[in-house]
Design a protein. Structure first.
Length: 160
């Protein structure tokens, strides 16, 4: 079954590049979630950089998506991943599907460090697609890998 979840893990370029290569991921799109404005023309009021992930739930589960997210983030960090600092770089899982949120919360609750996890797990209130220059950015501009908080070895974990 095709499902959609929104994953925030710091700068969206690396998050999109990483998740796009995972088996069971059908499509990704760079965007912003849960802001207070209807467009990205002005300040990013409350928005978090995220990746819209369409996945085949018969191939990959929300728990497996969480496993992969935790490979590429510092789950204890608030508003910071790597060199990127600010509220728009917080980490989170967002969805219209309550079962996704329950699975994400269970994943966190089952960790021995659950009391230290700084990851938001919230209903998706709104989503705005990022401009074209942010879509698949690292595929189009591999020279920007060095700007990303995700180590190159992890970026290529699933690539053949």
């Amino acid at each position: 079954m095709i499902e959609t979840i929104y994953i925030a893990g710091g700068c969206l370029w690396g998050v999109q590049h990483f998740f796009k290569s995972i088996p069971g991921i059908l499509n990704t799109e760079a965007g912003r979630a849960n802001g207070t404005t209807s467009t990205l023309d002005g300040p990013y009021d409350g928005y978090v950089e995220c990746v819209k992930v369409e996945f085949d739930s018969s191939v990959i589960s929300v728990a497996s998506l969480m496993d992969n997210l935790f490979l590429i983030i510092d789950p204890y960090s608030i508003d910071k991943q790597g060199f990127d600092v600010g509220h728009k770089y917080r980490t989170g899982i967002y969805s219209h599907d309550e079962s996704h949120l329950i699975a994400a919360r269970e994943f966190i609750a089952n960790r021995s460090d659950s009391d230290r996890i700084a990851l938001e797990v919230l209903p998706l209130t709104n989503y705005v697609r990022s401009a074209d220059e942010h879509q698949d950015h690292l595929e189009l501009h591999p020279e920007d890998y060095g700007l990303c908080h995700i180590p190159i070895e992890l970026m290529n974990k699933y690539r053949k």
